[in-house]
Structures are given as structure tokens and as C-alpha cells.
Ligand binder design. Sequence first.
Ligand SMILES: Cc1ncc(COP(=O)(O)O)c(C=O)c1O
Length: 394
Amino acid sequence: MTDLKDTQGAPFMRPVLNDIRHNPGAEMVRYARRRSDIISLASGETDSPTPRFITDAVEGALRDGKTFYGPILGNPDLRQDIADSYQRLHDVTLPQERVIVTSSGTSAIHLSLLSTVEKGDEVVAVFPLWKNLLGAIRLQEATVRGVDLTLDMGSGKWVLDLDRLFAEVTPKTRAIVLNSPNNPTGWVMPLEQMRAVMEFARARGIWVIADEVYERLTYDTQCAPSFLEVAEPEDRLFIINSFSKNWAMTGWRLGWMIGPAQAEPRIYDLVLYDNMGPPNFTQYGAMAALKHGEDFVAEQKTRFRKHEQIVHDALTRIGGIEAVRPESSFYAFFKSHREPDCMSFARRLIDEHGLGLAPGCAFGRNFNGYMRLCFAVSEPRLREALGRLEQALS
Ligand SMILES: Cc1ncc(COP(=O)(O)O)c(C=O)c1O
């Protein structure tokens, strides 16, 4: 792919758009389109539809004429429901102005970076990192300094060395970006580490941007810890969250962010000039999800736990695989010693076995060799996909 230039050889569009093009995950999704019989476990979503009690609420809202512009920062009732959910899950009291409903978790990521980071700033991020988080930082023309999670063979867990994280911080660092529970490893940052990061950032006036989209999908606990549990209300902290994963609502494009109350008027301006707020009627579905969706979250967790066991058994049977059992989320992140290059392995899986997986290098260059498999799909599809993987590696 060449950079876009005009006839005089000058950049046609913002040069940063050339920098963000390299996206191995998206490249593989495009590559997979050449086969119609593909089983794709490459994207991060379940194949179950959104439950009826949620879609019913939206049908009702449409019939009630909720088709006009809504409040820029989200329906106040939904903002309150989100605040109430933090009281329930994390014992944290949030005034409504700290809660902002956004048109997706991805949009919340952009708003948090757009409002805090600018050209020339540095952002310290923990890898592996979901590609869109990296892309959003790059779009701000900031430099990314990364530190990798490492595999601790003793505990069989991914771990973060905080000294290494802090060592990456320079006077130019504007924000620390973290994703816990982590896509793709399932790593969950312990509360004590969150406290240490928050104290470190507070002392230096650095923002913490914490993507907690998978916080409900933990396997041994009701919920992962949140940075909000260790933060002061005026801390430079943005929490990113979403309706996508907990309630099978990926296509709805609804999420939220929690920030300091002082940030609310500034985010209002950004949203006003961006899309003038989240869709009006879909937010009624989100309210139903928060009010009546606990059983669905529990059901999903039970199903995903079972699927994780199925994947673990298959990977053990295949052998020659390095993998840590995820503490959360719905991904297996593994490396086969027979396939050291994830891009060529991903292509071979598509070409010869009709199986789509996400290449590990999409989550950071040091994760080449790893593959990410989403096990949130139906059991028959998952078993068929694992059979194909077994064939490919036998
Ligand atoms: C870590 C992480 N954050 C955010 C998102 C996006 O959420 P949304 O669908 O609300 O944009 C994803 C989706 O895969 C994700 O993995």
C-alpha cells in the first residue's frame, strides 16, 4: 500500500492516516472474504442475538415516538442507571454528571483521547493492546511507549511489571492507557496495581484511560475491579465501557464513559461537534439491559466458561501450544510452536481449513506467533472450528 499523494507529490490527506493503515487484524478479515464457507472466530462478539427483553424495549420506544434528537450526553435515566450499576458492582457513588452515554465504547475511547492528548504528547500503554485503542492514540499524533504483559510460568498467569510501566513515563507523558480485563489475554489487573497506578498518575498530573469493557465477563468473580474503586472524584481518570459484550449488543453502538465532573462540559462540546449524542431510542434497550439483564450476563458467563474449557481441552489435545487460561473475556490467546509467524498461519488457516482467527501481531509487534480465538460462538460452531484447528496443526 502506498501513501496517498496528490499530483504534486504532497500528502492528499492527513499524513497520520497513512501511519494508522497497517492493521493486521483488518487485513485478515478482508483476506477471509475470499471464502464463503469460513468459520470466523476472529471478531470479538457472540453469535447470539440481543435478548428479546432488550429489543422489546426499543420497539416500545419507537412506538412512543422516541425518534427525535436526544440529550447530547445521553438520556438522564440511562445515566442514572449506569451510575446505579457502579454502586451495585463496585460500591462507588457517582453523580450523574460523571456518566456520559456514548455512541459505542470505541467512541468513548476517542472522546477520552481527543480531550486529553495532543500532537507530540506521549502515551504509555500496556500491550497486548486492542488495535483500535492504539489507532485512537495514533490519530492524536501522540507517540506510544509500550510495556508488555509477560507470562509468569509459576502462576500460569499474565502479569504486569509496574516498575517497567512507570519507567516508560517521561515528562512528555500525558496519559497511561490500560485495558483490564484485557483483550486478548484475559488478564485482570489486581486492585492493588490499580491503586499504585492511580497514585503514580495523580502525583504527576497524568491521565489514566482505563478500558473496562470486559469487566463483567470474569470467570471467578462477579466483576473485575475498576479504577473507580481507587480513584478520587476529581482524578484525571476516564473509564471506558460498553453495552456490546455483556448483553450481545455489538451492533447497537452504545457505550459509556465515566470522567471527572469538571470534564462534562468539555465532553459535551466535543460530542456536540461530533455526532450530537447517542441514538435516542436505542438507549431504552440499554436501560432494559441494566435493569433486567443480570440473568443474561450470568447465562453468558456460564456458557463462556464451558466454552473456555472446551478450547482448553482441544489445545491440550493438539499439544505444542503455549497458552494461559483466561481469567476473563471470551478469547483464547495461544501460540503454536509449529507456526511462529501468525500472519502466514492465519492465511493458511483460511486457505486450507476455512478458519478465521485474529493474528497476535495485531495486538503489538512482540506478540507475533500468537493467535486470538473468540469462543463466544455457539458450541457446534466452536467444536467445528476447533476440529479445523486440530487438523491444521496435526
Ligand atoms: C478492549 C475493547 N474495548 C472496546 C471495544 C469496543 O466496544 P464497542 O463495541 O462498544 O465499540 C472492544 C471491542 O472489541 C474491545 O475489545
